[in-house]
Design a protein around this ligand. Sequence first.
Ligand SMILES: *Cc1c(COP(=O)(O)O)cnc(C)c1O
Length: 238
Amino acid sequence: MATIASKIQEVSGRIARACDAAGRPVASVTLLAVSKTFGADTVREALAAGQTRFGENYVQEALDKMAALADVRARLEWHLIGPLQSNKTRAVAEAFDWVHSVDRLKIAQRLSEQRPDALPPLQVCLQVNVSGEASKSGLAPDEVEEVARAVATLPRLRLRGLMAIPEPAGDLSAQRRPHRALHELLERLQAGGLALDTLSMGMTADLEAAVLEGATLVRVGTAIFGGRSTGGNPRAAG
Ligand SMILES: *Cc1c(COP(=O)(O)O)cnc(C)c1O
């Protein structure tokens, strides 16, 4: 069985080749390792291989993992990428570095109010429903600008950009379409004066398409850690 270190190398190679094809510097794309359903020991193994940024979908599972990894907290960056209910915002504001899945102003306001002063601002992305995803999570594209302007004023958050989980598509050109739509939306917000630098898009199956369309952060689980037996469907509510 391939080690996690070799899997991370493989994924980094995929990212590098896609960057080459896109004429982009390799350093312009960050790899987020999606460790949902895998335990703290697995995260530790990835950390030993040099991976420091991890994505989690389920708040309680993530908190348990963080507790088991408290000794290496300073070297880790934790990103929430799954659905966030308002009764979980305090725990998230206190424990995570990033939240990619903000899809309501109310959630952003709570995160800002609950972010401890001792921590740096919480880094956030707005999740956008760019391809009419079945899960219905994510803002509709035409709602994004108004919410982005409001979130950008919240004192304890820093709005970084946009995130999407497009429906699976078979071929590269079909995969590229929703990613391009998200990029165009980001460019409209930037043109409107919002200082955004993050496009969180691309997973195991479509990271090349995402990089070709300008992703700055790809969220990869399966290609690093292997298949998930239960749960972890990015389109299921969590
Ligand atoms: C699970 C998940 C991923 C990773 O998906 P893989 O296909 O395993 O790479 C990425 N983003 C989100 C939001 C997810 O829930």
